[in-house]
Ligand binder design. Structure first.
Ligand code: NDP
Length: 411
């Protein structure tokens, strides 16, 4: 058993907390810490209400400013946490990782580190912060699993599995993220608006023909025909996993595609063209200094409030193309998740669910030693099979579709 500290108390943390509770026989004592302690208490109340604790055990709430490495290290020591699941805003990733290196606790996150003042840094993004600490993790024997949500995360494991099992001579890796659900609001982002918009205001980087290519957001669109959700338009988008997969499979083209409706694109373009998605402060006539993006976040719905009315499904997967034994080969490795099922189980919408479950599967694999590497890794560097086995059991089953049909990954 290994004790766990969850950092953050947003939509994703709510799911992670429930899933840790459901598996506390393997994980041991549980703690959750965030900037606003009351949000942690509310998550614990929801865990109690749904009876999520598998067996009697500790689950405590703490207030924490995770930008403060010393404070994070002190809390790790106080709680005896051996695994830290960081699902706070990605601005705190490096301070939390530093605290893990200092204390020896295993580290996980679900998004690349971001500097609040910088939008879109030079590729590969992981080399700007995370990989600079790779040697220190190895020296300290600290396990750090980067980007272990759904995308990045499970889709990296999908890529590894697609290559290992179906397409050994990989030529192209395309990650496709379609949310075919409906939240019923006039406009909302599905997770933290600040992070969501920051993903789309920068350059769209892809790895093609052995080099980084730059495009603008919504410049390159493509219709995909996918299991369950059918034909869907998706746009090439910058995303974390492109930056690690391109380093691990430089011989392949690596692209990320996200589905957007015309309404989202329209609202995004208006906000962006007006300057309302800027992270640079402006001063009003009254002398008030405000960050436009923070104001937009403040007036939009809280993504976790979408959960009760959210219906429909998500389809997120990785298409791998190339050759096997000299013949053309292709496979789509994917998962279907349902917004309503997620709400009924843990009180969250499907996007938070798909992001919040995988780090718990990874924590279980660290607890039993399978993924306790003592080094820093991206998910595609790990054996995906034990990960899929746990994900199958705890709510995110993996499927494959190829010329031989559509089936469970291990059928
Ligand atoms: P939310 O905005 O709902 O939650 C973020 C949480 O972080 C809040 O509870 C916030 O506290 C807390 N926080 C922010 N700064 C600090 C700080 N300095 N110290 C302590 N806590 C802090 O976001 P989500 O739950 O939707 O997303 C969480 C993370 O998951 C993000 O990094 C996001 O990018 C990532 N994500 C990854 C996905 C994947 O598939 N890989 C998909 C979706 C999200 P407060 O409540 O006080 O503001």
């Amino acid at each position: 058993k290994k004790h766990v500290l969850i950092i953050g108390a947003g939509g994703v943390a709510q799911v992670t907390a429930h899933k840790c509770a459901q598996n506390n026989d393997i994980l041991g004592d549980l703690h959750i810490a965030s900037r606003t302690r009351e949000k942690c208490e509310a998550i614990l109340a929801s865990v109690a209400e749904k009876g999520s604790m598998k067996q009697e055990g500790v689950f405590k709430a703490h207030g924490l400013d995770a930008r403060d490495t010393a404070a994070v290290a002190a809390l790790i020591r106080e709680t005896g946490a051996q695994i830290v699941i960081n699902v706070a805003q990605p601005f705190v990733n490096m301070p939390v990782l530093e605290a893990c290196i200092e204390t020896g606790a295993a580290y996980m996150d679900t998004a690349i580190h971001e500097d609040p003042g910088k939008i879109c840094e030079t590729p590969p993004w992981y080399a700007n912060y995370e990989w600079q600490r790779r040697d220190r993790c190895a020296e300290a024997g600290v396990t750090a699993i980067l980007g272990v949500g759904f995308d990045p995360g499970v889709v990296n494991a999908f890529a590894r599995h697609g290559i290992d099992a179906y397409v050994p001579e990989v030529e192209a890796i395309d990650i496709v993220d379609i949310n075919a659900g409906s939240h019923g609001r006039w406009f909302s982002t599905n997770f933290d608006p600040e992070i969501n918009f920051r993903e789309f205001t920068g350059t769209v980087y892809s790895w093609q023909n052995g080099a980084w290519q730059s495009n603008k957001m919504f410049e390159i669109g493509k219709e995909w025909d996918l299991p369950v959700v059918g034909k869907q338009k998706a746009y090439m988008t910058g995303h974390d996993e492109v930056h690690s997969l391109a380093a691990n499979y430089p011989q392949a083209d690596v692209r990320f595609w996200m589905g957007f409706g015309d309404h989202y694109i329209n609202v995004f373009n208006v906000l962006n063209n007006l300057g309302l998605l800027s992270e640079q402060p402006v001063t009003t006539a009254e002398g008030l200094e405000v960050v436009p993006l923070k104001v937009v976040k403040a007036v939009l719905p809280d993504p976790s409030s979408l959960a009760p009315d959210y219906t429909g499904k998500t389809c997120i997967g990785t298409r791998v193309r190339g050759k096997k034994d000299g013949q053309a080969a292709e496979v789509f490795v994917y998962n279907i998740a349902d917004h309503k099922d997620a709400y009924n189980e843990v009180g969250s919408q499907g996007i938070s669910y798909t992001a919040g479950v995988p780090p718990v599967a990874a924590a279980m694999l660290i607890a039993d030693g399978t993924w306790d590497t003592g080094t820093m890794v991206n998910v595609e560097e790990l054996d995906p099979k034990p990960f899929f086995e746990i994900l199958d059991r705890i709510g995110l089953p993996t499927r494959v579709k190829d010329a031989n049909g559509d089936r469970a990954w291990n059928a």
